[in-house]
Each structure stands twice: as structure tokens, then as C-alpha cells.
Write a protein that binds this ligand. Structure first.
Ligand code: U2F
Length: 567
């Protein structure tokens, strides 16, 4: 049995020393310790002793190894990316508090010795069974494991979880398909189960959403923050001077209404990109940055960095977040930053999670090319009152709850039992429904729970609703528009001829093929397609030629990763 821990100090001993990145992570763990412990107690009560087995877990942070170049550590105090370290610190804290047994490695040598790779021998199968139930790593770590485990890598890769900030879509993950269809990138094609990739935000439901946490406020702090807010104070998002380059026009408009603060790293002099009217605090330690946000009214983004933690922290501390809409959206097809990343996701603003999952009054996404719209937004924000807000999934309890559920239920080493035969699956199946018009409102089925009773299925299949997409929408979008979320594990239930019949779709032919958009119908030619390769089931992706069959499910309020009956 895993038993919740009540002290984070022993975790700090497990995390090594000698790198700024590790010091940053330890400081963060120390600073958030009380918040974590309170959340662990709450979850313990909620689970009523149903904590499940203790797992032996290896955490190998590949990007911090010298062998992968470790470009992040030297930039920790110089305005470089911190988002990844925020996330790893929180993953460590969560896994430890949930009571699992952890080993943490940040060098190839430690990795080899923990895996049991015989000294001086590379790329050979392990001589002993792998001593870990789970391995959390990243793409760099995955590569190192592949190189040093020989054939054992294939045997044990189902135990790996890959922390992957921006996500990996199924089309890029499947080696043969990626190669044939032009989805091959520097990172993808590992043939893992797409849910083994764990992202920083819920980008695509094909991957598991791991996330991180933000500081939480109690009632007294909320009140204090509200009364101490400086209504005319703005903080600019961006700790690297380059982010400010070419933003003079916006800064000048903003300066008409607000006092502008920045936390831009500098060595001796004010960076030339930061105008003299800006009060630059230099790069702040994380808890001081939070204090600054507590005073500010506005946190304003100029387009970069993409999808970082800071906007959530700002909103949690009672700021409004103002950001640029990207039109056309940025993606791996048109933007250098995303080029080569294993996703075709279209990033519609600097922070699509803030835009879509939080929105007004906390988040304003406007067209910065239109100065009037930009200025009008600032004026309205100045008149708007907002309360601090943090989605449950970014609280410590939310993150613990989610990781607990993944550890207890996600199993990529045993194949799922085949779905029950389609015949007489549900009352609806027994009596064919009246023909449905192919309009977006009419094309959906809610499956009878008894049809899919499988005690081992997770998420439980009775939350399934099948919807038919429009040609311009992915399944992610199709479900989202119905207040639901696409659930890729359910594709196997609807990858059947009978489902087309149920939806009154005429199929002159039905083929099994490898295509990440299938199951789908090419409506104008009455051709139906089923998926031949389960690894290619994908919520992401659309093509005007097809309407896709989409498996949607409900979700717990504030916790999109988990269905209502998922705990
Ligand atoms: C993202 O990385 P960043 O580090 O650029 O993300 P930010 O949103 O700026 O925030 C990271 C943390 O930096 C902290 C702040 C955040 O938790 O509290 N911080 C600070 O300690 N001192 C300061 O003065 C200002 C902020 C993203 F997370 C990465 O995954 C991406 O690689 C990167 C590029 O898109 O953006």
C-alpha cells in the first residue's frame, strides 16, 4: 500500500546538488511544502484508504544531464526557461507525497547504475529484471534509455512516462505512419501509447495532462490581496530582454494608463529593449515574483514565451491577463519555435489554455495589430474587478488527484480486453433508430452503460457519447463544443461498421486503413473508413474530406483529465 507522506524534507535529500536548476527546484518544493501537505491530507480523506499499491519509480530528468548538453541549468539565473523545472519540481513533490518509492537521476551514469546496465557495456539487454514499475523521463532521457538498454528497452517501454511540454500527436508517434505520411520529426516516432506522453497543459486529449501547480490563497490572503491591489500597475510577461524587442508601440499605449513593471534579467545595465519608463526589478526569485503579481492589476503578454506557468500564477494572484491573439494561429507549419515539434496543434494565442479554459474576465485575448482594440481592452480592464482564480486542476490537490488516478489506472503493459461484440450492444442497437439527418445537432449517440460493462475499463465506458465531426473540426474540437472532452481510449468501441449504421450513415464501401483521422466517413462519396492501427486513434487532426467519429466523455469540474466517475 502506498501511504501518504507528511514531510517533504526527505525528498530534498533525493534530489542532487551542484546545478542551479536543482537548487531552483528544491527552493520551490520547500516554499510550497505546507500547501502540498494540506492538499495531501485532503486527498487522503477523500480516497478513504483506497490509495492503491506503492510503486517503485525512477525519475530521470534527461534535459538536465550533461550528456544532453544541459542548456537550461546555466540560464536559470539569467532569464532562461523555468517552466520545465517548475513542472519537474511539482511532479517530484506529488509522487513523493502519494507515498511511492522514488529514485531521482540527472546523469547518464546514475541512470545506468539504477537500470542495472552492466558497467562498461552499452546497448545490451539488462541482465536482471527492471527494478522499477514506472519511469518518468523526457525525450532526452528516452533516447538515453534506448541507447543503453538494448532490447530491454522494447520490453519495458510500456512502463515509461514521457514529460513532454507541448505534446506528441499520434500521427507523429507511429513510426511507419509518420515516415510514410510526412509526420516524421526530430522528436516523434517512438511507437509509445500516446497517453504515455504527459503535457504541461491539456493540449490534446491524446496525451495525458500532467500539469503543475500554482500558489494557492486562503480567504485572508484573498482579502488582503484585494485591498492591496494597485489599480494602475501592470507587469510585463517576459524575463528575457529579447521578448521586449519591437514592442515600443504597445508599451507607449500602456504607459498612458498604467505604471509598467518588468522582471527582465540584466547584468549591469538596463537592457536597451526595456524603455526608461518601465520599472525593471531584474529577474526575481520565484516567491518575490508572486508578491509583485499580488500587487499588480494587469499581467500583459507580448507573444512569447508560449504556454508557460506565469499567466496562471498571475490570474491566481488576482491579475487580469492580457494577451495577443494569433491570426493565423502559430504551429509547426508556420513558426520557427514549433517547427519540428511532434504536433500540428494550432496555437491561437500566447496561452490557449488561459484563453479557452479561463477566459473573461480574467483573460483578454485581443488583436494587437489593431491598436484601438488593444487600447480599448486596457481601458475596460482598468474598470473591471476580478477575484483571484485558480482552476482546480492546477491546485496541489488537483494535481495529486490526477497523478494518483493515472498511477492506479493507466496500464500500457497489458493490452485492453477486446470490446464486447457489436451485436445487441445496447437497446438502441436492437431497434434501429429513426434516420438521423447529418446535421451537427442530430449526429450523436449516447451509449447504454450496460453495453460496455467492463470492470477494467478506465475511464469507465458509460461516460461515452459518440459525435460526428464536421469536416473542419478535429475530435478534440467536436467534443469541446459540446462541453465534453475527446477520450481516445473509447475509439476502440466505435471503430465498427455498426456505428455508421447507428448514425444512419450510408456506406457504399467500408475499408480498414491506417489513417489518424479514422474512423470517418467521406460523405459525398459514401465511403466509410475504419482504423486498422489502434496506436493511430487520435483526437487531433481534421480534413475537410472527412467527418470523423468522435468518442467524447464528461469530465469533473475543473479537472478535465478525469471523467465524473473516474476516481
Ligand atoms: C515557458 O517557460 P518560461 O520559463 O519562459 O515560463 P514562464 O511562464 O515565464 O514562467 C516560468 C516560471 O518563472 C517564474 C514564474 C514561473 O513559474 O514564477 N519567474 C521567476 O521565478 N522570476 C521572475 O522574475 C519571473 C518569473 C514554458 F513553461 C516552457 O515550457 C517553454 O519552453 C517556454 C518557451 O515557450 O516557455
Amino acid at each position: 500500500q502506498a501511504a501518504f507522506r507528511s514531510n517533504l524534507a526527505p525528498l530534498l535529500e533525493l534530489v542532487g546538488t551542484g546545478k542551479e536548476s536543482l537548487s531552483f527546484m528544491k527552493k520551490r518544493i520547500r516554499h510550497l511544502a505546507q500547501q502540498w501537505l494540506r492538499a495531501a491530507r485532503r486527498l487522503e480523506q477523500k480516497l478513504k484508504g483506497q490509495q492503491g499499491d506503492q510503486k517503485h519509480i525512477l525519475i530521470h530528468i534527461g534535459f538536465l544531464t550533461e550528456e544532453s548538453g544541459d542548456v537550461f541549468s546555466p540560464r536559470v539565473l539569467k532569464g532562461g526557461p523555468l517552466g520545465e523545472m517548475v513542472q519537474w519540481a511539482d511532479i517530484l513533490a506529488a509522487l513523493f507525497l502519494l507515498g511511492h518509492s522514488l529514485k531521482v537521476t540527472v546523469s547518464l551514469k546514475e541512470l545506468q547504475s539504477n537500470l542495472g546496465v552492466p558497467p562498461g557495456r552499452g546497448n545490451c539487454p539488462l541482465t536482471n529484471p527492471l527494478p522499477f514499475d514506472l519511469i518518468y523521463t523526457d525525450y532526452h532521457g528516452l533516447q538515453q534509455m534506448k541507447q543503453h538498454m538494448g532490447l530491454s528497452f522494447k520490453k519495458y517501454r510500456c512502463r515509461v512516462r514521457v514529460i513532454d511540454t507541448f505534446g506528441t500527436e499520434p500521427a507523429y508517434n507511429h513510426e511507419e505512419y509518420a515516415t510514410l505520411r510526412g509526420f516524421r520529426t526530430n522528436w516523434g516516432y517512438w511507437n509509445l501509447h500516446p497517453s504515455q506522453f504527459m503535457t504541461m497543459f491539456p493540449h490534446t486529449p491524446d496525451n495525458s495532462f500532467m500539469g503543475f501547480v500554482s500558489e494557492e490563497l486562503n480567504q485572508t490572503e484573498r482579502q488582503r490581496i484585494k485591498s492591496n491591489k494597485v489599480g494602475s500597475m501592470a507587469v510585463v510577461y517576459g524575463k528575457e530582454a529579447s521578448i521586449w524587442k519591437g514592442k515600443e508601440k504597445f508599451l507607449a499605449i500602456l504607459n498612458k494608463y498604467m505604471e509598467i513593471h518588468g522582471t527582465v534579467y540584466y547584468e549591469t545595465q538596463r537592457p536597451p529593449e526595456v524603455p526608461a519608463f518601465v520599472k525593471n526589478h531584474g529577474l526575481l526569485p520565484q516567491h518575490e515574483f508572486q508578491q509583485l503579481l499580488r500587487k499588480a492589476k494587469l499581467f500583459i503578454g507580448f507573444g512569447f514565451p508560449y504556454e508557460g506557468p506565469a499567466p496562471l500564477e498571475a490570474i491566481a494572484n488576482g491579475c487580469v491577463f492580457l494577451q495577443a491573439r494569433f491570426n493565423p494561429p502559430h504551429s509547426s507549419l508556420n513558426h520557427e519555435f514549433f517547427r519540428g515539434k511532434p504536433t500540428s496543434r494550432e496555437v491561437s494565442s500566447q496561452h490557449p489554455y488561459a484563453e479557452d479554459f479561463i477566459g473573461k474576465p480574467h483573460v483578454w485575448t485581443v488583436d494587437y495589430n489593431n491598436s484601438e482594440e488593444f487600447e480599448a481592452a486596457i481601458k475596460t480592464i482598468l474598470r473591471t474587478q476580478v477575484d483571484p482564480y485558480l482552476p482546480y486542476e492546477y491546485t496541489c490537490e488537483g494535481m495529486l488527484e490526477r497523478i494518483h488516478a493515472y498511477i492506479q489506472h493507466q496500464d500500457f503493459c497489458t493490452m485492453p480486453s477486446p470490446p464486447p461484440p457489436a451485436k445487441a450492444q445496447s437497446p438502441a442497437m436492437q431497434s434501429p433508430p429513426s434516420p438521423l439527418a447529418l446535421s451537427p445537432n442530430a449526429t450523436h449517440l449516447v451509449w447504454s452503460p450496460s453495453a460496455l460493462r467492463d470492470p477494467h475499463a478506465w475511464p469507465p465506458a458509460d461516460s461515452l457519447q459518440v459525435w460526428l465531426s464536421e469536416g473542419r473540426h478535429s475530435c478534440t474540437e467536436t467534443c469541446r463544443r459540446r462541453g465534453l472532452v475527446c477520450e481516445p481510449t473509447f475509439f476502440r468501441f466505435l471503430n465498427k461498421k455498426e456505428v455508421f449504421l447507428q448514425l444512419s450513415i450510408t456506406c457504399d464501401s467500408t475499408e480498414y486503413e491506417m489513417n489518424h483521422l479514422y474512423p470517418a466517413v467521406a460523405e459525398n462519396v459514401h465511403e466509410c473508413y475504419l482504423q486498422k492501427e489502434p496506436l493511430l486513434f487520435s483526437c487531433a487532426g481534421h480534413n475537410t474530406k472527412y467527418r470523423r467519429l468522435c468518442p467524447c466523455r464528461d469530465y469533473r469540474e475543473g479537472q478535465v483529465a478525469l471523467c465524473r466517475d473516474c476516481l
